[in-house]
Design a binder for this molecule. Structure first.
Ligand SMILES: NC(=O)c1ccc[n+]([C@@H]2O[C@H](COP(=O)([O-])OP(=O)(O)OC[C@H]3O[C@@H](n4cnc5c(N)ncnc54)[C@H](O)[C@@H]3O)[C@@H](O)[C@H]2O)c1
Length: 353
């Protein structure tokens, strides 16, 4: 059993990483007479038996970016009220990052805050979205417009949910895993570079990867919980361009693929601004190694991408604070104006026709 415990912002965070965590989950949930579990419908097909072992009051719900909305927020609140859930009860969720963001946010405001348990079921949600206390829903087309900083009581990362799902879903999370290694941990990066999507697609490797990634994220977050000191910024490597790609394509290109391509483009921009070409090549190669699709930027309008980047929280007076990799495992912030970004994206397009 892999267990991580860390105190962040006076909260003691406990994370279990293992297979067959049903008993542990039940043990925690059953301490509360008022309990309710929100579970994504998608899990019914492959995890019927596993879910039937969970002793809680279950509600099956949709998922995807659409549920991070005021509509679904209202739906969850209505369910909690109609089931008479009091503030000393517990909410749990079983699903990916979208359900996690919705339930985390709802828990933070329901009756001024109720405890919740996270059971993230995608690699991305296990290594990234469930860690660090950020919760959110989208509003009027603005991603994560309404949210809070609120940690779950406990997180159960059950790798059974990963090894029995489509290997393609793993790529989404691997993109964030690769990012964590690049910004923070050279040895971990070498481990990933010596492996591939197929060789990590098993319980033991995944437990190791999840453990290492979570430790990196916790380390960064513990130094800047409220995202005020520009330390959490480092977790945004690949996200300046990545978010622009997601907005441009109306989320048709998924978060993981967008971030991976963001890392490629941002390291290209860094290389053209005087940083190492070798690093850019290394980053592009590992994205290929994990079979993450490389986007053809020639199919996109550079001006439109730049427009979306103007909304980036890392923009200051037309200057982008872009995360760049100094060396594998070491990251920093590079200031670059949008005209240069535009020029380098166009250069990349010319070189990759
Ligand atoms: N709060 C944060 O700090 C933070 C950080 C990163 C990302 N996010 C958010 O996370 C969300 C993306 O999370 P995601 O990638 O988990 O997306 P998701 O929740 O949409 O899940 C992706 C897909 O996987 C399916 N799925 C989930 N578990 C499964 C399983 N075990 N087997 C088979 N299918 C399964 C879902 O039904 C869905 O179709 C975005 O909204 C993003 O903004 C939040």
């Amino acid at each position: 059993m892999n267990k991580i415990e860390k105190t962040i912002n006076n909260n003691n965070i406990k994370i279990y990483i293992d297979n067959n965590l049903e008993d542990k989950i039940n043990c925690k949930i059953n301490k509360y007479s008022d309990n309710i579990s929100f579970i994504i419908k998608n899990l019914k097909r492959n995890y019927k038996n596993k879910l039937s072992n969970i002793n809680s009051n279950k509600i099956y719900v949709d998922d995807g970016e659409k549920i991070k909305s005021s509509l679904y927020f209202n739906m969850v609140i209505k369910k909690l009220l109609s089931r008479g859930i009091e503030r000393d009860g517990i909410i749990s969720y079983f699903g990916g990052g979208t359900l996690g963001d919705l339930i985390g946010y709802t828990s933070s405001v329901y009756k001024r805050g109720i405890k919740f348990i996270a059971v993230p079921t995608t690699l991305l949600s296990q290594v990234d979205s469930s860690i660090g206390g950020k919760t959110a829903i989208n509003f009027m087309g603005v991603k994560n417009a309404i949210g809070s900083f609120y940690n779950p009581e406990i997180i159960f990362d059950d790798v059974d949910f990963l090894v029995n799902s489509d290997i393609n879903l793993l790529k989404e999370g691997m993109s964030e895993v690769i990012k964590m290694a690049l910004i923070y941990d050279k040895q971990f990066f070498e481990y990933l570079d010596n492996n591939s999507l197929n060789t990590v697609y098993n319980s033991e490797s995944l437990k190791n990867i999840i453990h290492k990634s979570i430790n990196i994220k916790l380390d960064v977050v513990s130094r800047d919980f409220y995202d005020l000191k520009k330390i959490r910024y480092l977790l945004n490597f690949g996200h300046s361009i990545g978010h622009a790609i997601e907005s441009y394509t109306d989320n048709k290109i998924s978060h993981g693929v967008a971030v991976a391509n963001g890392m490629v483009m941002e390291s290209y921009i860094a290389y053209k601004s005087g940083y190492s070409k070798k690093l850019y090549d290394t980053i592009k190669n590992i994205i290929k190694k994990y079979n993450i699709d490389l986007i053809n930027f020639n199919t996109m309008d550079t001006e439109k991408l730049i427009l979306y980047m103007k909304n980036d929280k890392k923009m200051e007076d037309n200057i982008l604070n872009m995360v760049m990799i100094d060396d594998i495992g070491k990251s920093g912030i590079m200031k670059i104006d949008l005209n240069s970004v535009r020029r380098y994206i166009n250069l990349y397009r010319d070189e990759n026709k």
